[in-house]
Write a protein that binds this ligand. Structure first.
Ligand SMILES: Nc1ncnc2c1ncn2[C@@H]1O[C@H](COP(=O)(O)OP(=O)(O)OP(=O)(O)O)[C@@H](O)[C@H]1O
Ligand SMILES: [Mg+2]
Length: 551
C-alpha cells in the first residue's frame, strides 16, 4: 500500500500479502539455503552420517541419500525448496552427487553474502559466478580421463566409490559387481557411443536373507505365483502369451436377471460358460503358448483347463511388468484373445516359480532380448532393503554415466581442489570486482573436500593445505583425501573414481540455483487461503536485520 499526496491510499496487493524487498529478501533466501546445505553436510562422503526421517504417519526412513533426505524433509520455505529441486534434477540427470550439488550451492551463497557485505552488487556476483562456472567446466573436461567402457575393473571402482557413503558396507563389493554386470548387459552400442536406459533394469525388493543374497537375474521377475497347483512350475523353451484380457466371463454392464426354473436349464447355462472359457484356453494353446502371463484375472475354470494343457499361468501382473516382459521376451501384449497369433508370443529359455523368502515369485530368464535384467534386493529388514535400493540406484547411475560419457575423474575432493587452483589463476586476469566473485567460487568448491575431511574427523584446514601443495604441480591433479588414513594420495591409484558427468552436472546445477537466488530482490507471498499463518515465508521485521554470522 502506498499513499498518494492527496492522502488516498492506493492498494496494489491483496490484503494480507507478505512482502519483503531488497537485501532482506535476498538474505532471507540465502539463510534458508545455507540451513539446508548445512543439514546435508554431515552426511557427505564415505564417513558421513545417516539421517532418520519420520513422516506424518510415523513411517521411518533411514538414509544417506541426498535426494531422499530433502524429499522427506517436507520443506516449506520457497527459497529452500529450490534446493530440493536441484537435488531432484541432479538425481534425474546423473543419479548421484546430489549432496555435492546442494552443498556447493549453499556455499556459493555463503560466499556471496561476504561479497554483499563488501557492497558488491548481486549482478556482479552473478556474472562472476557464471564466468567461474564456465572455467570450472572447462577444467573438468580437460583433466578428465577417457576410459575403456569394457573395462569392468574401472567400472567396479566407480560403483564402489558411489557406494562408499551408503550403509551397505558388508555387501559393497557384491552390490558394485551387480551394478557393473547389470549396466554392461543393458548397454547398447549406437555408432561409437553407448546408450544406457536404466528402465531396462528392474529392481525388486524382498526382505529376508541379507544384502549379500542380492541377485542379478538375466530377465524379468514377477512378484506373483503360478495360479493353479496343477500347473507346471518350470517351463523350458517358454513361449509366452502376454494378455491384457481377462480369462473370465465378462459380467454384463447392466444388471440383468435370468430366471431359471428347470435344473437342466441351469446345467446348460453353466456348461455354456465353461465352453466359452475352454474355447479361450484352446485358442491360446493353439498358438503354441506354454506360458500365459495375464494382466487381468483368470477364472478358476480357465485355470483348470490351462493346467490340463500343461500351461503355466500367472495373473494380475502389473502393467509395468507386462511392458518389461514384452520388451525382454520380444512378445506383444494382446488385449483380445481372439487376435492372439503365434508371432505375438514372447520367448525365454526358462520360466520358473521359485521361493524367495516367504513368497513365491516367477522368474523369466534367458529372454530373447537380453537387454533386460532384474536385480532382486534382499536384506534382513525392510528399511535396510529400501536403503539398499537407493544405494544401488546411485551406483547403477554412476556406472551408467561412465559408460555413456566415457570419462572419469578422481574423487575424494581432487577435482574440486584442482578446479579451485585453476580458478585462482584465472581470477586476476579478469580483475575488478568479478575477480572477487571468481575467487569466492574457488573457495566454495574447496568446502567439498574440507567437508569430507571434517566428517572423517580430520583437520579440515590442514587437509586443504596439504591438498593445495599436492596440486601445485601438473601431476597432482588427482590428489585427494584418503579418508581412512588422512593421507593425500592419487585417487586413481586408490580407486576412488567418479564419472566426470556427475561433477559437471553438480557444478552447473549449483551455480544455476545460486545465481537464480542472487537475482531475487523482492519476495511477495500471497496470504494463505483460509487465513492460516504463512509457512516459512520470509516475513522479516525491522530490527531482525542483524544476522548471526556463523564463522
Ligand atoms: N573412499 C573414498 N575416499 C575418499 N572420498 C571418497 C571415497 N568414496 C567416495 N568419496 C567421495 O565422497 C563424495 C560423495 O559423497 P556422497 O555419496 O555422500 O555424496 P553425493 O554423491 O554428493 O550425494 P548422494 O550420493 O546422496 O547423491 C565424492 O566426493 C567422492 O569422491
Ligand atoms: Mg554419492
Amino acid at each position: 500500500m502506498s499513499v498518494e499526496p492527496t492522502g488516498i491510499p492506493v492498494l496494489i496487493l491483496k490484503e494480507g500479502t507478505q512482502r519483503t524487498a531488497g537485501r532482506d529478501a535476498l538474505r532471507n533466501n540465502i539463510m534458508a539455503v545455507k540451513a539446508i546445505s548445512e543439514t546435508l553436510r554431515t552426511t557427505y562422503g564415505p564417513k558421513g552420517m545417516d539421517k532418520m526421517l519420520v513422516d506424518s504417519l510415523g513411517d521411518i526412513t533411514i538414509t544417506n541419500d541426498g535426494a531422499t533426505i530433502l524429499d522427506k524433509m517436507d520443506i516449506q520455505h520457497p527459497g529452500a525448496k529450490m534446493m530440493v529441486q536441484i537435488a531432484k534434477g541432479q538425481d534425474e540427470e546423473v543419479g548421484d552427487g546430489t549432496k555435492t550439488a546442494v552443498i556447493l550451492a549453499g556455499e556459493l551463497l555463503r560466499q556471496a553474502e561476504d561479497l554483499l557485505d563488501k557492497e558488491i552488487h548481486p549482478t556482479i556476483i552473478v556474472s562472476g559466478y557464471k564466468r567461474a562456472m564456465e572455467e570450472a567446466l572447462k577444467v573438468v573436461e580437460e583433466i578428465s580421463v577417457p576410459i575403456d567402457v569394457n573395462d569392468k575393473d574401472i567400472l567396479k571402482k566407480i560403483a564402489t566409490t558411489s557406494l562408499y557413503s551408503k550403509a551397505v558396507q558388508g555387501s559393497r563389493d557384491k552390490l558394485a559387481e551387480i551394478s557393473v554386470e547389470a549396466i554392461v548387459k543393458i548397454a547398447e552400442k549406437r555408432g561409437d557411443k553407448y546408450y544406457v536406459d536404466l528402465d531396462n533394469i528392474q529392481i525388486v525388493k524382498k526382505h529376508g536373507g541379507s544384502l549379500l543374497d542380492t541377485l542379478l537375474i538375466d530377465g524379468v521377475v514377477i512378484d506373483k505365483e503360478v495360479v493353479h497347483p496343477g500347473m507346471p512350475k518350470r517351463v523350458k523353451e517358454a513361449k509366452i502369451a502376454l494378455l491384457d484380457a481377462a480369462l473370465e466371463i465378462e459380467k454384463p454392464e447392466i444388471d440383468a436377471e435370468i430366471r431359471i426354473n428347470d435344473p437342466l436349464q441351469m446345467r446348460k447355462f453353466l456348461q455354456e460358460e465353461e465352453e466359452i472359457l475352454k474355447k479361450m484356453v484352446d485358442k491360446i494353446a493353439e498358438t503354441g503358448a506354454n506360458v500365459v502371463i495375464c494382466q487381468k484375472g483368470i477364472d478358476d475354470v480357465a485355470q483348470h483347463f490351462l493346467a490340463k494343457k500343461g500351461i503355466l499361468a500367472v495373473r494380475r501382473v502389473k502393467k509395468s511388468d507386462m511392458e518389461k516382459l514384452a520388451r525382454a521376451t520380444g512378445g506383444r501384449i494382446v488385449s483380445n484373445i481372439e487376435d492372439l497369433q503365434p508371432s505375438d508370443l514372447g520367448e525365454a529359455a526358462l520360466v520358473e516359480e521359485r521361493k524367495v523368502g516367504e513368497d513365491k515369485m516367477v522368474f523369466v530368464e534367458g529372454a530373447k532380448n537380453a537387454k533386460s535384467v532384474t536385480i532382486l534386493i534382499r536384506g534382513g529388514f525392510e528399511r535396510l532393503v529400501a536403503e539398499g535400493e537407493r544405494a544401488l540406484r546411485d551406483s547403477l547411475s554412476a556406472v551408467a554415466d561412465a559408460v555413456k560419457y566415457g570419462k572419469i575423474v578422481g574423487g575424494g575432493g581432487a577435482v574440486e581442489i584442482e578446479v579451485a587452483k585453476r580458478l585462482r589463476v584465472v581470477a586476476p586476469k579478469v580483475g575488478g570486482k568479478q575477480q572477487l566473485a571468481i575467487e569466492a567460487f574457488a573457495k566454495a568448491l574447496e568446502t567439498l573436500p574440507s567437508t569430507l575431511a571434517e566428517n572423517a574427523g580430520l583437520d579440515a584446514l590442514e587437509m586443504i593445505m596439504k591438498l593445495r601443495a599436492a596440486h601445485s604441480d601438473h601431476y597432482g591433479k588427482f590428489m585427494g583425501i584418503n579418508v581412512f588414513n588422512g593421507n593425500v594420495e592419487d585417487m586413481l591409484n586408490l580407486g576412488v573414481i567418479e564419472p566426470a558427468a556427475i561433477k559437471i552436472n553438480a557444478i552447473k546445477a549449483a551455480t544455476e540455483a545460486a545465481t537464480m537466488i542472487l537475482r531475487i530482490d523482492d519476495f511477495i507471498a500471497a496470504s494463505k487461503a483460509g487465513g492460516g499463518k504463512e509457512a516459512g515465508a520470509p516475513g522479516k521485521k525491522e530490527g531482525e536485520e542483524e544476522e548471526k554470522k556463523e564463522d
